[in-house]
Design a protein around this ligand. Sequence first.
Ligand code: IPE
Ligand code: IPE
Ligand code: MG
Length: 234
Amino acid sequence: MKNKIPTHVGIIMDGNGRWATRQGLKRTDGHYAGYKRLKQTALHILSKGVKVLSVFAFSTENFGRSEEEVSYLMSLFVKAFKSDKKFFIKNNIKVVFSGRHEPLSDEVWNVMREIEESTKDCTGGVFNFCINYGGQSEIVDASKTIAKLYKEDKISLDEIDTNTFYKYLYNDLPPIDLLIRTSGEIRISNFMLYSISYSELYFTSTCFPDFDEIEFDKALDDYQSRNITKGKIK
Ligand code: IPE
Ligand code: IPE
Ligand code: MG
C-alpha cells in the first residue's frame, strides 16, 4: 500500500561507541550523543503518525561491558528520565519500559516507574524503552505469566493464541511493522523476537548519533516502496 505509515517502529540503536571513537571521543560521549539524537528523531517519527516507537537502549547482555560504561549508562538513564519527564508530558508521549527488574538498581527502577506513572494518560504516542531487555526472556516470562494464571484458574488454554499472546509480553503493543538497525550490523541481537515476526527490516550503516529526521525518512520511503504480502499474493 502506497504511503502507508507503520503503526509500530522498532529501532536497534547501535553504533554509539564507534561514532565516538572515530572522532577521538570516549564511548560514553557517544551514548550521550545518542540519547540527544533519540529525543529529536523520536518526535519526528511520532509526528509522522507512527503510534508506537520501541527502542533498544540496553540489552541484558550489555551488563557484560566495562563497569565504567555500564555505570555511565545507568546514570544517564536516571538523569534523562528525571529531567525529561517534562519533555514527554509536554509532547503528550506515554513512556513505558520493557525488560526485567534484576539486576537494575532501585534508583534506576524507581525513576523508570515514576516517568511511566507521570505519562500514563498521554495520548500522542507510546515510547517503549527496552532496558535490561532480552527477547527470549520476554517470551519465557510471558509463558510463566500464562502458566501462573492458568494454575489459578484465571484463564483457559483456549484463550491463548498468537494474537492474545501479545497481552502477556512486557507491554501489550501491536506487532512491529518496521524494524531499523543502525551502524551496519545485520543482526537482531535478541530484540523483540515475538513482535518482529513479520516486520520489514531496514539496515543502515549510519551510526545512531547521526540517525536524524532525513535518515528516518529514507527508512520510511524504503518501507513504503515494499510489497508487503504477509503470505498472500499482491
Ligand atoms: C549502542 O551502541 C548502545 C548500547 C548498546 C547501549 P554501542 O555502544 O553498541 O556502539 P558500538 O556498537 O560499540 O559502536
Ligand atoms: C544491541 O546492540 C543492544 C542495543 C542497541 C541496546 P549491541 O551493540 O549490544 O549488539 P551486539 O551484541 O553487538 O549484537
Ligand atoms: Mg553495538
